[in-house]
Ligand binder design. Sequence first.
Ligand SMILES: Cc1cc2nc3c(=O)[nH]c(=O)nc-3n(C[C@H](O)[C@H](O)[C@H](O)COP(=O)(O)O)c2cc1C
Length: 445
Amino acid sequence: MTMLHLNAFLMGVGHHEAAWRLPESDPFAQTDVAHFTRLARIAERGKLDSLFLADSPVLWNSIGRRPAGTLEPTVLLTALAGATRHIGLIATASTTYNEPFNLARRFASLDHVSGGRAGWNIVTTAGVDAARNFNLDELPAHRDRYERAAEFLEVSLKLWDSWDDDAPLGDKDAGRWGDDSLLYPPRHVGRHFRVAGPLNVPRSPQGYPLLVQAGSSEDGKELAARYAEAVFTAQQTLAEAQGFYRDLKRRAAQFGRDPDSVKILPGIVPAVGATEAEARALEEELDRLIKPEYARAQLATTLRVAPEDLDLDKELPADLPSEDEIQGAKSRYTLIVTLARRERLTVRQLIGRLGGGRGHRTFAGTPEQVADAIEEWYRSGAADGFNIMPPVLPSGLETFVDQVVPILQRRGLFRTEYAGTTLRDHYGLPRPVNQSARRLAAASH
Ligand SMILES: Cc1cc2nc3c(=O)[nH]c(=O)nc-3n(C[C@H](O)[C@H](O)[C@H](O)COP(=O)(O)O)c2cc1C
């Protein structure tokens, strides 16, 4: 029987923007490796498929708002690889502000270091502030960023396949360490990149990291359908999630892929309490701690309006840009505007909703109700699994693992033990065939 997949999306002391203000929270935990080690071990105790770190090469907004400044994800995951044995380790890295050789090498290294547990969340990075850290005055256009991302992936795949699995020989008797004829240098020449190769890291335990994608615009979905093995997405309603799920699986099939080889994981921010009232009280306490002026400034940037145009006690202005005019994160922009309009939220209410999970679905309830919510989406063709985004960390992850996971296990929906050793094993995906070796073999027949 297929089972659902659970990924722990770790973010400082929690996804709720005011989590750091709770008495239990360490406001400096975001740079504390012991904090993340504890989180990784809790997630592994719950037999979760993987954990995930988001990233952008920029300091966001005001450091007044919430804990700011994060460790580079592949560095942090290297430390966590040594502190865990089974759980998959997924890092975000940008195709807009890296070179394929650097990143392919870094992820191949993480895959070796972790014994086959590395994953790469491929993002194109929205926002002009990041562009200004990389010799640019403006954000490259959305279409161009995705075009570069596709070529970036082509080059990365060629680099990971530039070593045959059998190239290292270690033949001490013959005095021959490796077989040069089993190296396949890409010699790639394209619009964005010229890369000779081969990579300077042998093919890794998984062949290459699990490829994850997290942009839900048209271009984002096309990239996911072509390459992604797991897709993170923000979906507010069951109907929208089902639509997204169907659409992405159909696109994957159009690229000749088995739709089941792309696992779709919407986010859920679960506020768990012994009773529904207790869960809601936690949510309300967190929302009370939000300082709306910071959140309003960020919302204004996202919506491309002046902060003064957003009246906290009124709905959003009527004349907002269309998605076509947005060059940053298109799908998140549309999600926010649709949510506000559908529910006729005031700016203050919208800020409260976004404060919990930045557009991801928030859900307050008992462990049983959270398990029901997960099961409903899983059984009705909306998800292959979930990105678990606890509002407060570590307590929210602990509650999820100790109280929700056992219910999912009793219902036969989630593993009770890890069956394999690699991240792809957890997601039920095969180790990729080396395409360079396959092409060469086909040509010589
Ligand atoms: C769960 C999740 C995590 C994401 N993490 C990141 C991230 O760490 N860095 C990033 O630049 N974009 C991240 N994104 C993607 C952005 O939200 C946004 O969709 C993307 O930058 C723009 O792509 P789009 O225009 O195709 O939506 C994430 C998306 C989701 C759903």
